[in-house]
Design a protein. Structure first.
Length: 288
């Protein structure tokens, strides 16, 4: 990603405090990247057999969506994030699906995340988790209570193979936000650990470290103004990443888009971090 995001940022709103916080974060990000900002709300028609008993019509839902967009625009108070007028849109359709479609033509899609309980998260899922699992393009999730100002650091989770998408996005963020970047790599467990094979495979560990350092160095050459360093951690990848996060940090993860059903059932580090993080999380999807 370049320093200027011409395709723009789309933020999904539903009128909740969490979505308004996402608007704040998205507006600041649009400013930093010179990006146009679109505020979008989506609504679905209630099932025919429930509309009467619920006392809610499709017109009511459309009106609520318009109200959510108007509240977001009022919150921006006439500002022009990224030096562009704010585009206000209301669309009919499932919110996660509508935003996932926008991610194919936007530089970033942003949503808020409610503080759901463990049972709610497991059974109901959410727009944020469904979007992060299915969107082909980059997605930012701003959880309830997260800081929406300038970050202290950008943390990037670096895998053992190709971490290009998250390093690209992470370095672009750190560059535009004028903050340091920390690349975090969780060392793979040693297959010989606990067995009498003469101790850990030092050569394998050194090769793993060197591979990560080379990946980070390639992106550091593209962004010479970004101060960066690499942290090697052990243990559970999710715990290691969350433990490394400090106040006002942003975390950037890699991931692969998949079906909405699989996204809710299939465990991944990105999904677990999204559910537990109190910091804004950006998912930079690998394609293919």
């Amino acid at each position: 990603m370049g320093s200027t995001w011409q395709r723009g940022i789309v933020v999904g709103v539903d009128g909740s405090p969490q979505s308004m916080a996402a608007v704040d974060w998205a507006a600041l990000t649009a400013d930093r990247h010179g990006a146009p900002l679109t505020v979008l709300s989506a609504y679905v028609s209630p099932p025919a057999n429930m509309a009467g008993t619920m006392g809610v019509s499709v017109e009511d839902l459309r009106e609520r969506a318009h109200d959510a967009v108007e509240r977001a625009a009022a919150r921006l108070d006439g500002a022009h994030p990224g030096s562009h007028p704010v585009d206000e849109q209301v669309v009919h359709g499932d919110p996660a699906h509508a935003l996932a479609q926008r991610s194919t033509s936007a530089d970033l899609v942003v949503v808020g995340r409610r503080g759901l309980g463990a049972l709610d998260r497991a059974v109901l899922g959410s727009v944020s988790s469904a979007l992060a699992a299915t969107a082909p393009g980059p997605v930012a999730v701003v959880p309830s209570g997260a800081a929406t100002g300038e970050p202290n650091r950008v943390l990037v989770a670096v895998s053992n193979d190709d971490a290009g998408p998250q390093l690209d996005l992470g370095f672009a963020e750190a560059n535009q936000r004028a903050c340091p970047l920390v690349a975090v790599h969780v060392m793979e467990p040693d297959p010989a650990a606990g067995l009498d094979f003469g101790g850990p495979d030092v050569d394998r560990q050194e090769a793993e470290r060197d591979g990560v350092q080379r990946q980070v160095s390639r992106w550091a050459e593209k962004y010479p103004s970004v101060r960066e360093h690499v942290v090697f951690a052990g243990g559970n990848p999710v715990d290691a990443l969350l433990d490394e996060l400090g106040p006002d940090d942003i975390v950037v993860l890699g991931g692969r888009p998949h079906s909405q059903t699989a996204g809710r059932l299939r465990y991944s580090v990105a999904d677990a971090v999204l559910r537990r993080s109190h910091h804004p999380v950006i998912i930079a999807h690998h394609q293919g």
